[in-house]
Design a binder for this molecule. Structure first.
Ligand code: BGC
Length: 429
């Protein structure tokens, strides 16, 4: 990992490059509600009601209201996904209402002058695809390409950046390594097959999108994790850092070389490998959660420096977008500190040469956090799930102020030092 260069202390705003994209990200299944033709929906029905997506945030109907909010909060870009299982609920049969719906959604973003980043696959599959073996079945690559070929000509005019796949490595880990997500398999062989098929899907979709969209940039979102061994003398721990970095962070890039116009980085995790034994190695990332440090409501370590590390480690000439970064917390002052700290690290990475062009906070609104249900609160905007009322949190206003300055104003850096509340900071001129 690169060393941190020291920055001079000054009192000016930390300015980001002109044209920087400031946005938020969501995914269809997590916000839309009523996504009944997907494998996740079916799987959730076997869980207690609190772990079912149900109506979620009802964004399927409330999208205009949500986009108005994002606009009023100064955001200039938005990342979202479309739901394959709505568009093709039965093999080869397309639902034209769903296609019209998504045209309306994307047009609504364009009417509000957002730069639109669209994800084509964000963890969920049509149930019929899952029944045929999901991504373990190499035919799924063809099914996915057929879907891409169908939908892209219909919506292409509204999209500025394409994300083929969201976090393939996380999906493989959750669904096929630890078996926490559908189809809940624990199989090394299946993990390898799924990884391979996802890589083929990305490469082929990359070529197809280039044919269909005349040069709009295409990439995928990868969950890049920061790994560290505090005790540098242990060979096993150093070895684990190197292997984990290759497997979790780099392998999918090796498999899809020359098929990315930009890097889409989701940054959430820092792992410290402490006192490992040989038996720990196979599930090393699970074991390394270290709750003696500051953690989010999900127990994930808050480690802003890791943002600098992953950005500088991955700076290889391609433009980079932070396609997700956020904190699950019911304490919004923590979210403000999180934003300022993490963005300071983005700023430092840019200063040392990383070509970072945009930041998408996860998420615009609280939403369905997969197998954790609705309890984790990631939103800049709170959702009251009883009434579907949106309540703007102070962190959303702080983010709006950052966007207005295209950087971090000095008063926000003072806030970090003095630990005053977000409301008090907003009142200061
Ligand atoms: C995923 C999102 C998820 C977020 C927070 C990312 O890994 O893309 O779907 O909600 O992390 O866990």
């Amino acid at each position: 990992m690169p060393l941190h260069p020291r920055e001079k202390h000054d009192h000016a705003t930390l300015k980001f490059p002109d044209g920087f994209l400031w946005g938020t990200a969501t995914s269809a299944h997590q916000v839309e509600g009523g996504n009944i033709h997907s494998d996740w929906w079916e799987w959730e029905q076997t869980k207690p009601p609190s772990l079912r997506s149900g109506k979620a945030c009802d964004q399927y109907h409330l999208y205009e209201e949500d986009f108005d909010l994002a606009k009023s909060l100064n955001q200039n870009a938005h990342r979202l996904s479309i739901e394959w299982s709505r568009i093709e609920p039965v093999m080869g049969e397309y639902d034209y209402h769903a296609i019209e719906h998504y045209k309306g959604v994307l047009k609504a973003l364009k009417d509000r002058h957002f730069q639109v980043m669209l994800t084509l696959w964000h963890f969920t599959l049509p149930k019929w695809v899952a029944d045929l073996g999901g991504w373990e079945n190499s035919k799924t690559v063809e099914y996915f390409l057929r879907f891409v070929k169908k939908i892209v000509p219909q919506i292409g005019e509204y999209v500025d950046f394409w994300i083929t796949l969201n976090e393939p490595s996380v999906y493989v880990y959750q669904s096929y390594t630890v078996g926490e997500w559908p189809p809940q398999k624990k199989s090394k062989w299946a993990s390898i097959k799924v990884t391979w098929n996802l890589a083929q899907a990305h490469k082929k979709a990359y070529r197809l999108l280039h044919q269909l969209t005349r040069g709009k940039p295409v990439g995928f979102s990868q969950n890049i994790q920061s790994f560290e061994t505090p005790h540098k003398h242990s060979f096993l721990e150093q070895f684990s850092v190197i292997i984990s970095d290759i497997l979790e962070n780099h392998s999918f890039y090796f498999l899809t070389k020359k098929s990315n116009d930009f890097l889409g980085i989701n940054y959430y995790f820092h792992h410290r490998f402490n006192h490992l034994t040989l038996e720990d190695i196979s599930e090393v990332t699970k074991l390394s959660v270290d709750t003696t440090h500051d953690v989010s409501d999900l127990g994930w370590e808050i480690y802003p420096e890791g943002m600098f590390d992953v950005l500088t480690d991955f700076a290889d000439g391609l433009p980079t977008y932070i396609t997700e970064c956020g904190i699950a917390s019911t304490n919004d002052d923590r979210r403000v500190r999180f934003l300022v700290h993490y963005l300071q690290e983005v700023y430092r990475a840019i200063k040392t040469g990383a070509d970072v062009k945009g930041f998408f906070y996860w998420s615009l609104i609280d939403n369905f956090e997969w197998h954790h249900g609705f309890e984790p609160r990631f939103g800049l905007v709170e959702v009251d799930y009883q009434t579907q009322k949106r309540i703007i949190r102070p962190s959303a206003k702080v983010y709006a102020e950052i966007i207005e300055h295209n950087g971090i104003p000095h008063k926000l850096m003072k806030f970090i030092g003095h630990r005053v509340s977000a409301e008090e900071v907003l009142e200061q001129k």
